[in-house]
Design a protein around this ligand. Sequence first.
Ligand SMILES: N[C@@H](CCC(=O)N[C@@H](CS)C(=O)NCC(=O)O)C(=O)O
Length: 216
Amino acid sequence: MIFHGYFRSSAAWRCRIAFNLKGIEPQTRFVHLRREGGEQKRPAYRALNPQGLVPALELDDGTVLTQSLAIIEWLDETHPEPPLLPADPARRALVRAFAEAVACDIHPLQNLRVLSYLREEIGLPQESVDAWCRRWLGDGLAACEALARRHGGDTRFTFGDAPSLADICLVPQMGSADRFGVDTSAMPRLREITAACAELPAFADAVPARQPDAEA
Ligand SMILES: N[C@@H](CCC(=O)N[C@@H](CS)C(=O)NCC(=O)O)C(=O)O
């Protein structure tokens, strides 16, 4: 299988963690989101993913999967160990809800194309775009802090003592929070979970700086 990603993409980062946890190493292709207007917008990549977003995963039979959560759930269903979702249906729903709070409600508001639109078409100065990012990341992660405390205040990871889809989504978003200068000092639980994840090679090896296409 071939994984199309970009070192700084938090959606691709989620998938990298999941692949590492499963011990699977797909072939990789790098889609530079900023070079010459963005390789993700070119016809060759749009033929793969009409949304023009990374990640995308080409399976051996030619099927192309898009959307990080769908890719990770496919991976979890086809390679069940270690599980990324709990067995209990209600717990599964809670883990998915946490993951979606990040992937569906926080992340899209700080996506490259949204920020480019604010800057280039609405004409907002960079400091307003940065304030936009900090606002939505800060509010969203504050809610995640409350959810994390509610569901697993004394566990190593967000939902227990093994990493789940929730942690896979949380860690890259905390990385974005750092990059955009969000104050996370009032989010001790999220910081604690992020630190616990960083101790695992599957998470440590997935960070943007360790990817072959990484840039300063
Ligand atoms: N919901 C999608 C989001 C994918 C996404 O937004 N990818 C970003 C990078 S994190 C992207 O390709 N942005 C390119 C652009 O905005 O032009 C997923 O989870 O896969």
